[in-house]
Design a protein. Structure first.
Length: 155
């Protein structure tokens, strides 16, 4: 009987402790503040070229490194603003734009940043329940490329 009295509260406490990260990550309040981030990925462009009809085409493959860094501010109410974005591989970025975001469990989603969906894995929560480390995954960059991956940290 003593074992049951000890086991039930211990089980309840362990369930509570395991559910805390999920409880923190379950709403938009888990993302609040400015995060510095870096992104990187590659794109591959293959093109066939032929100098004459009936000649064998040669294939030219270009591999390009895509990278960028910046800052994004989450207001804790479902709005994210890219306050800074620098592309190291040319092209523009989303600096100055605000996007809606949602959070489910430990994953946040921004439906479209310049046409590309962004998934954000939340982790390492502080005592206020705000995520301090983020893993960014940009899955469709509009090119034949690998996803852009990156890390962000609460500033």
């Amino acid at each position: 009987m003593k074992l049951i009295r000890f086991t039930v509260p211990l089980f309840a406490v362990s369930l509570f402790a395991l559910s805390m990260p999920m409880a923190f990550g379950a709403n938009v309040h888990a993302l609040k503040g400015t995060y510095a981030f870096e992104l990187t990925g590659i794109s591959v462009d293959s093109q066939g070229q032929s100098d004459c009809d009936g000649c064998a085409a040669s294939v030219v493959t270009k591999v390009k490194w895509n990278a960028g860094y910046g800052e994004i501010t989450f207001d804790g109410a479902g709005h994210a603003t890219f306050t800074k974005f620098v592309s190291l591989s040319g092209g523009g970025g989303p600096a100055g734009h605000t996007y809606a975001y949602s959070v489910s469990g430990n994953v946040a989603n921004i439906a479209s940043v310049l046409g590309s969906p962004v998934a954000i894995q939340l982790g390492a929560y502080n005592s206020s329940g705000v995520a301090t480390v983020l893993l960014f995954v940009v899955t469709d960059t509009g090119q034949s490329s690998s996803p852009l991956l990156g890390l962000g940290t609460l500033q």
